[in-house]
Design a protein around this ligand. Structure first.
Ligand code: ATP
Length: 356
């Protein structure tokens, strides 16, 4: 296969007397061998999009292509994709070897010896060769997820479609499996679409990230691009932890005037021509303690070891800053902070669109 293309894909569901638009006219090109992460809040349409690509849902309108082939009307089993879900879906009465080999047994003419040999190869690749005789209930969550991956890999599909495959694992194992999965995907070089609601996971894993909200695709790009150049306030807010600080400001000549005495002179007013109010955003790590600047009142200081998270108020707004580990303002202390104009984000107050 050479990539997956979604052309104005739309999926509506009948819910009694109303139509739910789960996926609203998405155009997306997933490159051959790419690891693309589809990320967004709960209910934004990620799973439905993935199910449309898999052929588990019919699209309401639009087309899906695998390479040059239009697969829109093909059924799931005709599409040569392998899915991996959150709830592993292993057969409980079969051991690991049987679970991994089962699909191959059904779908190919391979002999038992050939299947055994491929199961062995895949199990070694995943580091589970010692578990082949065990039943799923005897395995840890991480081991079960490896078996589920093994079942997908052994089929040598044209694409992997993964829906929150790591979300049942504890934090440490999840982060370990992220790295393993990424390495494996790059080794196998199989086009992969990976769904998660976790932006940290998306940033860590994706060659590119596709951010969705409310059934619509917001932005597609590398982790750096969606982080540093978000197309709108939604993407700026969704990507990054702790989240970007955003507040309303009034434009007064070349100055932005906002909550708690916020008064920031701009050297470049070109992007905001014609606006008398805006939404202004500043990432926590772009805020620095400064001798002179904007006064904020400390609420809580969270030491992180290598840095501190400062939760403060700017007038009636809450504001978060990532500051030096040696700085120790106490609750109630007023500190002054500053930031570079280049790190300021400005959004249209009505559409949320980025202005610079
Ligand atoms: P989550 O992360 O919570 O799984 P999601 O982003 O994957 O969310 P979807 O599961 O794709 O979102 O759902 C998108 C919208 O479509 C939601 O409003 C959901 O309620 C609706 N929806 C999904 N499947 C159906 C269905 N079979 N019938 C009716 N509505 C559905």
């Amino acid at each position: 296969m050479s990539g997956i293309t979604l052309e104005t894909v739309r999926k509506e569901f009948d819910a009694g007397d109303e139509q739910i638009v789960a996926v609203e006219d998405i155009d997306l090109e997933i490159r051959d061998g790419e690891f693309l992460v589809l990320v967004g809040p709960s209910g934004c349409g990620k799973t439905t999009t993935l199910r449309c690509v898999a052929g588990l849902e019919d699209v309401t309108s639009g087309h899906i292509r695998f390479g040059d082939d239009d697969v829109t009307d093909l059924r799931a089993r005709e599409r040569d994709v392998a899915m991996v879900f959150q709830n592993y879906a292993l057969y409980p009465h079969m051991n690991v070897k049987q679970n991994i080999g089962f699909g191959l047994k059904l779908s190919t003419q391979l002999s038992s010896a050939e299947i055994d040999s491929r199961v062995q190869d895949v199990a070694e690749m995943l580091g589970i060769e010692d578990l082949l005789g065990q039943k799923p209930k005897e395995l840890s969550g991480g081991q079960q997820q490896r078996v589920a991956l093994g079942r997908a890999i052994i089929r040598d599909p044209a694409a992997f479609l993964m829906d929150e495959p790591l979300s049942n694992l504890d934090a440490k194992l999840r982060s370990q499996m992220r790295t393993e999965l990424q390495t494996l995907q790059h080794e196998l070089d199989v086009t992969t679409v990976y769904v998660t609601h976790d932006q940290t996971e998306a940033m860590a894993m994706g060659d590119r990230i596709a951010v969705m909200n409310d059934g619509r695709l917001q932005q597609v790009g590398t982790a750096e691009a969606v982080y540093r150049s978000p197309v709108n306030e939604f993407v700026a807010d969704f990507i990054g932890s702790p989240s970007i600080n955003v507040f309303d400001v009034r434009v007064d000549g070349d100055r932005l005037v906002g909550p708690g005495g916020f008064d920031y002179p701009l050297s470049d007013t070109a992007p905001i021509e014609g606006y008398d109010r805006l939404r202004a955003g500043i990432r926590p790590e772009d805020i620095d303690l400064a001798a002179d600047g904007i006064a904020i009142e400390t609420q809580v200081l969270e030491p992180m070891g290598n840095e501190n998270f400062l939760y403060a108020t700017l007038g009636d707004r809450e504001i978060t800053a990532r500051i030096d580990a040696t700085a120790r303002p106490q609750p109630g202390d007023v500190v002054t902070v500053d930031f570079a104009e280049s790190s300021l984000y400005l959004f249209d107050p009505d559409t949320g669109e980025s202005l610079k």
